[in-house]
Design a protein around this ligand. Structure first.
Ligand code: DQA
Length: 153
């Protein structure tokens, strides 16, 4: 059993970047906690982050479309960051994998600038979590644990 956590542009700076908006938790903290929690249930969580749209797409294609289907990820948790509002290519890559995904944002994008209100992904996501800070990632993991692997949460 495998899940994929994808973080987009600038999220390598979490903890240092506008902490009043994005909090003090670093990406390494988030990833470590999620990896540990998934592992408790025998699930491997693969974590990727890039500031490069094409790199994210390469990695999503790789993990979603591995020739040995048993090695493919079952589902995805993605915070595309600013690519949310710009990337048709990321949407198409996610659709190409046919893997279900949850879109996560640390901040409540609907309470911010109008250009953050539109997402190229949200109509094809299973669900969207925003405004709950780093706990949003935990909630997305809880959802996959429950719905894919019948883990009682
Ligand atoms: C974000 C929201 C985006 O609008 C922004 O560009 C980010 C982070 C969030 O997690 O709140 O970089 O995805």
């Amino acid at each position: 059993h495998k899940l994929l956590l994808v973080n987009g542009v600038n999220l390598n700076l979490l903890g240092k970047r506008e902490p009043e908006i994005y909090g003090h938790t670093t990406l390494a903290d988030i990833e470590e906690r999620l990896i540990a929690r998934a592992a408790q249930h025998g699930i491997e969580l693969i974590c990727i982050q890039s500031n490069h749209e094409g790199k994210l797409i390469d990695d999503i294609q790789y993990h979603g479309l591995l020739a040995d289907t048993a090695l493919q990820v079952d589902a995805i948790i993605i915070n595309p960051a600013a690519f949310t509002h710009t990337s048709v290519a990321l949407r198409d890559a996610l659709l190409a994998t046919q893997k279900p995904f949850i879109e996560v944002h640390l901040s409540n994008v609907h309470a911010r600038e109008p250009f953050r209100h539109h997402s190229y992904l949200n109509d094809v996501a299973v669900g969207v979590i925003c405004g709950l800070g780093h706990l949003g990632y935990q909630m997305a993991l809880s959802y996959w644990l429950d719905s894919l692997y019948s883990v009682t949460i």
